[in-house]
Design a protein around this ligand. Structure first.
Ligand SMILES: [Zn+2]
Ligand SMILES: [Zn+2]
Length: 143
């Protein structure tokens, strides 16, 4: 699977079967995306590689540890490596991603005007066990 930002400067590849998607309704994602929620997934770092544009990536970090990585040419959010073993992927960048949304997180802070569809898992805040959640997103799905 290939992903790229709006201008094409930053591009990357994910290997293996398509990971599932979650929607995050936290207030940080609302501001970062300018919308109700952020659609993302998290893959293990061995399934991810940069194809181009790593040098175009700008980072903004909040005191709390939240960080936003974006293309310094077009402003698209781009993947973000964390805990040196995982990569957060803004899934809107991935071409023809044939997968399903399985979880909503941070529903407790969704804006009044958003109407989330209930998915297989629905969390009021963050999943308690991040490693388990990431494993769940990467479960091999039967087509
Ligand atoms: Zn760009
Ligand atoms: Zn969020």
């Amino acid at each position: 699977m290939i992903g790229a930002c709006n201008c094409g400067s930053v591009s990357f590849e994910i290997t293996g079967s398509p990971p599932s998607v979650y929607h995050c309704y936290c207030t940080l994602c609302q501001k970062q995306g300018g919308t109700a929620s952020n659609a993302g997934t998290i893959v293990y770092i061995d399934r991810f590689r940069w194809v181009s544009g790593e040098s175009c990536i700008e980072e903004w970090r909040k005191d709390t540890g939240f960080s936003s990585h974006f293309c310094n040419v077009c402003g698209s959010p781009v993947p973000n490596i964390f805990k040196s073993q995982y990569v957060w992927i803004p899934v809107g960048l991935v071409e023809n991603l044939n997968t399903q949304a399985v979880a909503n997180i941070w529903l407790g802070s969704k804006p009044a005007w958003a109407i989330p569809v209930q998915l297989e898992r629905n969390y009021d805040s963050a999943p308690e066990d991040l490693a388990e959640f990431i494993q769940y997103l990467n479960l091999e799905k039967i087509a």
